[in-house]
Design a protein around this ligand. Sequence first.
Ligand code: PHE
Length: 450
Amino acid sequence: MNNRSEFSSKLGFVLAAAGSAVGLGNIWRFPYLAAKYGGGLFVLIYILFVVTFGFTVMMVEIAIGRKTKLSPIGAYRALNKKFGFIGIIASLVAYLILPYYSVIGGWVIKYFVTFLTGGAAATAEDGFFVNFISAPIQPIFWQSIFVLLTFAVVLRGVKDGIEKASKILMPVLVVLSLGVAFYSFSLPGAMEGVKYFLIPDFSRFSIQAVLAALGQMFYSLSLAMGVMITYGSYLSKNDDLEKSVKQIEFFDAGIAILAGFMVIPAVFAFSGGNEEALNAGPGLMFVTLPKVFNTMGMSSVIGGVFFLLVLFAALTSAISLMEAAVSTVCDQFKLSRTKSAVIIAITSIVLGIPSSLGNGIWSGFKVLNMAFLDLMDFITNAVFMPVGALLTCIFVGYVIGTKVITDEIKSSSAFKREKVFTVMIKYIAPICIIAILISSILSAFGLIVL
Ligand code: PHE
């Protein structure tokens, strides 16, 4: 595999990996989780997880990719013949997330286009969101556009596609995020929201908050989905791994916090921080926020800018999911990048259709009381993700040994946090992952409330 593509620089790699990490998870999920689970306290727990487990698992994945220079299935197999199945689980999860992620990406495009064409007031009307997502054709149309945009980038390859797109989209995303956060700060009453979001209230501590933070950390850092292995396989042998991971995490946590700054003060300014508005959950971004923008003035501009930046974030994440799938198909079936990308794009559009229709004409079809999109989200994030992460920890800690990974890391730079890393991967991470797994399964069966 000596002709494998590579990112042209460490910066290119960091921006692409940060692009994968920063996504709907940061802007859509993080603020509503933080709003629900006690603001500052949730943020604090989240950051602790990012710099401990998140750091450990991300180091492992990127090191596995760089060491083997293979996509996930081949990579695990190269390290131990019997363990290719972990790579199969990881790639499958990436492949299954892409379709429903694209459905939500499609909603974001629809909102962006609506704001752009003067429809700001319409998006604030009751029922706008539900009417749109339950329609049969329109959401599928926007979802397909989202997949095609992703495809257009992946088709161009690692350097000319992914790296170039990330180098443009990520800096723009940061600037737009700062702009919207400042706007949100300037609203009357916003400071209460800033306080709620930043000052931890330890009386709100709950096991649910801890588990939600842990799950969010894995999702937001794109871990256990083969994505970081795939991107790691394009990283040059000379680049400093530890520093790269720190920068990716800084980016990811930074944008999550900025997203909190965009959303929570605005919601406070709008509602005075009442419980109902803060507990809006997944609807916070699509339902509450447009209402907030609408009452605050400049709604077309701010709404348009906001949904554009969400779109950029979602695109760079979808690109990484598609790339993980495409590179697996290229490697396993010896197909060209173009053929693999066409196959993945078409099947993703088709597989996304049930997730879209599940909000409308197929809403009668429910498993474990979940619509199809929620079911896919549950299976991938609450079941396969922890299973994949757990297997990876066991694989590294007890099958191949941590030395294989630490040697790879040390081949390009000193490894300052080696001791912490080893303890994490062997003992602490597996226990915590088992806790998320059990709790999410129990909650799906209604045995506990998360
Ligand atoms: N990390 C992305 C987000 O925060 C989602 C994602 C998960 C992307 C797994 C790739 C792999 O939205």
